[in-house]
Design a protein. Structure first.
Lengths: 324, 293, 323
């Protein structure tokens, strides 16, 4: 196992390089960094422009330019944003922290509730609660997250205060504007609505996964063997049923969690939540190359890491899987 | 037999009716819409009127009838959804079938490419690729301008084929080892013939399911793009469902609920209906279920 | 005559299917004596597996079980789930046809056996694992200490079946039900498994019910035979009588259809097994029987003594006299 992990990590480096190279090409072609810089800094001198090109590795030769960018990136000599020469890392760090917070909260709630509902439904297939859970999940999947986000906003931002006079759950930002310092309670209050919106989707998807996986397992022969041993029904369900049903679900969950860093763009936008999504949208809108590249690197690294975790967890849980 | 099973899914049958009515409305749009897409309902003051007699679903910021705009918008979105889905499925079937059947380097490359695109958040890839394709000058005659409907269709097709290709590839891999394929080979059938006569017809079920989900995916993606302002701008005040839903965000804070609720509701109903149909199709053509009868 | 371990009287099992009620078992009478190996023979659909799944209480809730099943003096039909759980694995256990799917793929086999032990005896995990290794040795698995730490997919088919047997006899049950234990295995391995079952039987004094459709297997190891057809027992006899003096036309047909050295053609039984949703009236074998009369269609024939055997054929006595 250890050898496999080391080998994967070793492969990850060239993979990372290759993918970031492709991203580099795509961003240069798609957002035209130099033109963006000139647009934002209309009075920039040619010397400044050249400085920008050098710092970001925007040489005419793409390969040479990429390696120049790579060199700067790895030595932590990151070029500043095209707007007002702001440092990249503080912004990125905050965005990352916010998104991770939201992502973890929503994932935890979503996966736990989703799994429970899936088990609930699978234990009595075809019955009323199964139909109820299935339908609810289906509707949940079919409603795009921003529709529910908008409707929630409508409900809580506009109507709640109209009917009840005060806002129950704030609908934007991490803190109310102008707030300074760290206040977990206030932060939590602001996170409620976005978390619920994201969690709804997750619950819908995971309840279906779990239900399907558990139904498969329940109809297996080894469930009959387990019962024929005369052990308690509870043990049959947990040690044999759930233990096996969770295998595919956990693997998928590992992959999903990896995608969280970039997967909340829409929700963040609607709730004006300053996370990785908002960061990307504003950077992309401006064509801000120095802001965009580090963001991409984090995304790719996170995906590779969680893919590896997913494979490891799959092998760990299912002894029939052998990692070559 | 599969038809019977489909029909037993009540939700799917209802969805077919609802979609049918919707499509009818949209197809007969010059007659069913009450106003032109860019036409003001009445003389000013005509903006932000709530639902009433001469504007069933209210009006927008410059006095246009939401109901009519919704009809024209749905038409555009359905066109985008249908065309991009068809192209995706055709491309995906071809590539997926060849990849699954031949295996080898081609298969590896296809898998790597799809993995690569999956590694990024969907919206990010969509936006970046949109820009990249839009920036390649020599493609412009084929794909159209960046903000045209044709471009969007091409963009979604470029993405959509990957999901379909995976499904078809999976089917082909499963079927490849079955005896009737061996028998066909033994009789001397060419590989292309096998793909055409045996593999593809046996994969109709999953392909149809993939088609329905491609349509939904395209419609929702279109509204996502429009939401952020990257959607199709067809000029002359023409609109799409996505643009209307995108406008909903602004309408929320101002309390003009009809501008948010009706477009969103339409989108949800369309998405739900297509999803129900796709789900019922999947059940109806699932080979596992077929064993029971 | 040894004591009866299991006494089944008038067992009826009905499944509620979308196509209507299906009575798979239509009044089975059957005895199993202590320490003996009893065969239950019949084709697919005869109800042989269902009868014993019903006895174990392993049928889904949609199945209705009626009649009487007495194990060691205790009535099992209608018993509480708690009671059934204490019986299963301790007094009575069952092994199934396919050992690969019967074992949980993600747990080591040592701990699966230990689970069986700890369900009915108070033992520490360590003691149970140690006992599991002993059991593996009894069923003839080499290097049992190492093998106990392996997973089911690391064993061959025959070895897996031995593991399943070891698990089943872990608590020295009075009765072991073996449902087609050799059908999924190679012929050479079949003999080994039967030998293991016999050995275990001798060592623990367990009564064994061998459910099978293979008369050849029966001939090797069983003392008594129950022949089932269409959800009922149609012949009960000891092993010699079943082969030399069969009393029911179905049994005769089964024997006649066995391939014989020196005989060129196979002799099948005419016709097809009955549709259990709508079985024929009276004797279910009637449509395929060359000795059938009108009286055969009238009532469901009960088992009657014919010589040392029991037969559910109303013409058994006269037919036996003739031959």
């Amino acid at each position: 196992m250890l050898r496999y992990v080391l080998r994967r990590l070793a492969w990850a480096i060239p993979t990372l390089l290759f993918i970031t190279f492709l991203v580099y090409i795509a961003l240069r072609t798609g957002t035209d960094p130099v033109a963006s810089y000139k647009r934002v800094n209309a009075r920039a001198t040619p010397a400044k422009i050249q400085q920008y090109i050098d710092a970001n590795g925007l040489d005419p030769n793409y390969v040479r330019g990429y390696f120049r960018w790579l060199g700067n990136f790895l030595t932590f000599d990151w070029p500043r944003s095209i707007k007002g020469s702001r440092e990249v890392w503080p912004q990125l760090k905050d965005a990352l922290a916010n998104t991770i917070r939201l992502g973890i909260a929503a994932s935890t709630v979503g996966i736990v509730v989703g799994l429970m509902l899936g088990v609930f439904a699978a234990l009595r297939p075809g019955g009323r609660r199964d139909v109820a859970v299935n339908t609810a999940a289906f509707v949940g999947i079919s409603i795009p997250p921003y529709v529910s986000a908008i409707l929630f906003q409508l409900l809580f931002a506009v109507y709640w205060s109209r009917w009840f006079g005060s806002t129950l759950f704030p609908t934007s930002g991490v803190y109310p504007p102008g707030h300074t310092g760290f206040d977990p309670l206030l932060m939590a209050k602001h996170m409620v609505l976005p978390t619920v919106v994201v969690a709804i989707q997750i619950i819908a998807v995971y309840s279906r996964y779990m239900r399907s996986s558990l139904l498969d397992v329940l109809s297996s022969e080894y469930m009959r063997t387990a019962r024929s041993k005369g052990i308690s029904e509870r043990r049959v369900l947990f040690k044999h049923g759930l233990r096996n049903a969770l295998i595919p679900v956990v693997t998928i969950a590992a992959l999903d969690v990896g995608g969280i860093v970039g997967g909340l763009i829409i929700t963040e936008n609607i709730f004006s939540y300053p996370g990785m999504g908002m960061y990307f949208l504003s950077a992309f809108g401006e064509g801000d190359f120095p802001l965009l590249m580090p963001w991409m690197v984090i995304i790719v690294a996170s995906t590779l890491l969680f893919n590896l975790l997913a494979d490891i967890s799959y092998a760990w849980l299912d002894p029939r899987i052998r990692l070559e | 037999m599969a038809f019977n099973r489909f029909v037993s899914h009540k939700a799917a049958v209802v969805s077919v009716f609802i979609l049918g009515i919707l499509i009818l409305f949209v197809a007969l749009s010059p007659f069913t819409a009450r106003y032109g897409v860019n036409e003001a309902v009445q003389a000013p003051p005509n903006y932000f009127l709530s639902p009433r007699g001469n504007a069933w679903l209210g009006t927008d910021d410059i006095g246009r009838d939401l109901y009519s705009r919704l009809i024209y918008g749905v038409r555009v979105s359905l066109v985008i959804g249908l065309f991009s889905a068809i192209i995706s499925v055709v491309l995906g079937c071809l590539i997926g079938a060849v990849a699954g059947f031949r295996g080898g380097r081609f298969d590896d490359v296809v898998m790597r490419v799809t993995d690569l695109f999956l590694a990024f958040p969907f919206l990010v890839t969509l936006l970046v690729m949109r820009n990249v394709i839009g920036a390649i000058d020599w493609l412009r005659p084929i794909v159209g301008e960046l903000s045209s409907v044709r471009f969007i269709i091409v963009l979604f097709a470029v993405f959509g084929w990957m999901g379909v290709a995976r499904i078809v590839r999976g089917q082909v891999l499963a079927l490849k080892e079955r005896e009737f394929i061996e028998a066909a080979r033994a009789v001397g059938a060419s590989r292309w013939y096998i793909v055409r006569r045996h593999l593809l017809p046996n994969s109709i079920g999953p392909i149809m399911v993939a088609l329905t989900f491609s349509v939904v995916s395209a419609i929702i993606s279109e509204s996502t793009l429009a939401f952020f302002g990257y959607g199709p701008q067809a000029g002359d005040g023409a609109t799409s469902l996505g643009i209307l839903v995108g406008a909903a965000k602004g309408a929320v804070n101002t309390g003009f609920w009809w501008l948010a609720v009706f477009p969103c509701l339409t989108l949800v109903v369309i998405a739900l209906s297509i999803n129900f149909i796709g789900d019922a199709l999947r059940d109806a053509t699932d080979p596992r279920m077929q064993k029971e009868s | 005559m040894a004591d009866k371990v299991l006494e089944i009287r008038d067992l009826r099992v009905t499944f509620h299917t979308p196509l209507g009620p299906l009575t798979a078992v239509r009044g089975v009478d059957l005895d199993v004596h202590a320490g003996e190996m009893t065969a239950v023979v019949g084709e697919s659909g005869s109800g042989k597996s269902v009868s014993f799944l019903a006895a174990m209480g392993l049928l889904p809730k949609s199945a209705t079980v009626e009649g009487s099943v007495v194990l060691n003096g205790e009535q099992l039909v209608g018993a509480s789930p708690k009671k059934m759980r204490s019986v299963r694995g301790r007094l009575m256990s069952m092994i199934f046809q396919d050992p690969l799917s019967a074992l949980n793929p993600v747990h080591k086999i040592g701990s699966q056996i230990a689970e069986m032990l700890r369900a009915h005896q108070s033992m520490s995990e360590k003691a149970a694992l140690s006992r599991a290794v002993d059991l593996l040795e009894i069923v003839g698995i080499p290097q049992p200490g190492d093998r106990a730490l392996q997973y089911p997919h690391e064993f061959s088919g025959g070895m897996r079946q031995r593991v399943v047997i070891a698990m089943a006899i872990a608590n020295s049950p009075k009765l072991l039900i073996a449902d087609e234990p050799t059908t999924a295995l190679d012929v050479t391995v079949q003999a080994q498994i039967l030998e293991v079952i016999q050995r275990v039987q001798a060592q623990f004094g367990t009564a064994v019910v061998l459910i099978t459709h293979d008369l050849g297997v029966v001939a090797r190891v069983c003392e008594r035979v129950n022949v089932m057809y269409a959800g009922r027992v149609v012949e009960k006899a000891n092993i010699m009588n079943v082969f030399e003096h069969p009393t029911h036309p179905y049994t005769k047909g089964l024997l006649a259809s066995l391939p014989q050295a020196g005989v060129d053609r196979l002799v099948p039984i005419n016709g097809f097994p009955p549709n259990m949703l709508q079985p024929p009236s009276g004797c279910a074998f009637r449509p395929r029987c060359e000795h059938a009369t009108d009286a055969c269609a009238a009532t469901l024939p009960d088992l009657r003594p014919v010589g040392d055997s029991m037969s559910a054929c109303i013409r058994a006595n006269e037919l036996t006299v003739k031959s």
